[in-house]
Design a protein around this ligand. Structure first.
Ligand code: 5AD
Length: 349
């Protein structure tokens, strides 16, 4: 692919099906270098050589859903379930604040124990203790009224990966009681309410094709999210997809770059899953156009229980305690970790 084609994707912020197919399948190293360099240039133009950090608190691994890919699915009898209490969550935040985090991401399974009242109470206490911080929720599909209540309690952002924008692919990843339609309804509701919204998908999930990825990219362009989370699919042995193929780092890096070109302002995390499949996965993610990392702030005692997939990393750079190490690693590739809320620059698209 001539370099002008990549320039065109960059300037038009759009990609054709054939261009996508080419970029995902080629082993033309010049084309791939050009893709990566263009993506990094765009990220540098918008955010500079800065990496934003978010403290991730995995506060419950109970889940009423039964997604075929996920290790904390309802039917996984081998998962050791846990919940953090409100006080534990608040002390995670206080600890994170000391370490320099100014965004807290509360992520959990869809756990009915955490009623709207409980979530609102937690959110408003975090905002009261740390008024200069952003609170992000990642707690799944809810009625619009619930999303509104959390927002009114002070939540700033919400992450809900769409998982796939293709109807029939969605049906192969989820049981019949879940629907792409409701997933999309949630994302649009969140946006209308005024959240900064994140969507995303797994790379290399079973039954994914170039066509489903094309749908994902077009959906992302249409939604105009503030964040897009993508990471490789990693099988979990106690799920129906336990013997499926692993997603690759290479494909994830190509897609990070493509997404950076399509939505220049977007916040793009180099995810835990990317760090799990390769020791330098996250550095490579940053070099491909990502600009966020989300170290784990959960108490050490529960970290190894939030197992969405096999071999999930929870120590080393993953651990928030290792901020120094993270800083060193980012500095070694020319990037600076910043203590700032790190809101999305302007509005995506
Ligand atoms: N491999 C990679 N990512 C996964 N997720 C869930 N299970 C897996 C897996 N086996 C991702 C989903 C979900 C997010 C919290 O984690 O995309 O939205």
């Amino acid at each position: 692919m001539p370099a002008e084609k990549i320039q065109k994707i960059r300037s038009e912020r759009d990609i054709g099906r054939d261009e996508l197919k080419f970029l995902l399948e080629t082993d033309d190293v010049d084309a791939l270098r050009s893709l990566r360099e263009n993506a990094r240039e765009v990220a540098d133009e918008v955010y500079g050589r800065r990496v934003y950090i978010r403290g991730l608190i995995e506060f419950t691994n109970y889940c009423k859903n039964d997604c075929y890919y996920c290790g904390i699915r309802r039917d996984n009898r081998n998962a050791q379930r846990y919940r953090l209490g409100e006080d534990e969550i608040l002390s995670c935040c206080a600890h994170g604040y000391e370490l320099g985090f100014r965004t807290f991401v509360l992520q959990g399974g869809e756990d009915p124990y955490f009623t709207d009242d409980k979530i609102c109470s937690i959110v408003s206490k975090i905002k009261k203790n740390h008024p200069d911080c952003a609170v992000t929720l990642s707690i799944g599909e809810k009625p619009r009224e619930s999303y509104q209540a959390y927002f009114d309690a002070g939540a700033d952002r919400f992450l809900l990966r769409h998982e796939t924008a293709d109807q029939s692919h969605y049906g192969k990843l989820h049981p019949a009681e879940m629907s792409l339609e409701n997933r999309m309804r949630c994302l649009w509701d969140l946006k209308e309410i005024g959240y900064q919204v994140g969507c995303g998908f797994m790379v290399g999930s079973p039954y994914q094709t170039i066509d489903t990825i094309y749908e994902d990219l077009q959906f992302i362009r249409k939604l105009g999210p503030h964040m897009v989370g993508i990471g490789p699919f990693i099988p979990h042995k106690d799920t129906p997809f336990g013997k499926e193929k692993l997603g690759t780092m290479d494909m994830t890096l190509r897609l990070l770059s493509i997404i950076r070109l399509l939505v220049p302002n977007v916040l793009l995390p180099a995810t835990t899953a990317l760090g799990t499949i390769h020791p330098q996965g996250r550095e490579k993610g940053i070099m491909a156009g990502a600009n966020v990392v989300m170290p784990n702030l959960s108490p050490l005692s529960v970290r190894e229980k939030y197992l969405l997939y096999d071999n999930k990393i929870s120590t080393g750079m993953e651990a928030a305690e290792c901020r120094d190490d993270l800083e060193k690693r980012m500095r070694s590739i020319g990037y600076e970790v910043v203590t700032a809320r790190g809101d999305c620059a302007g509005f995506a698209v």
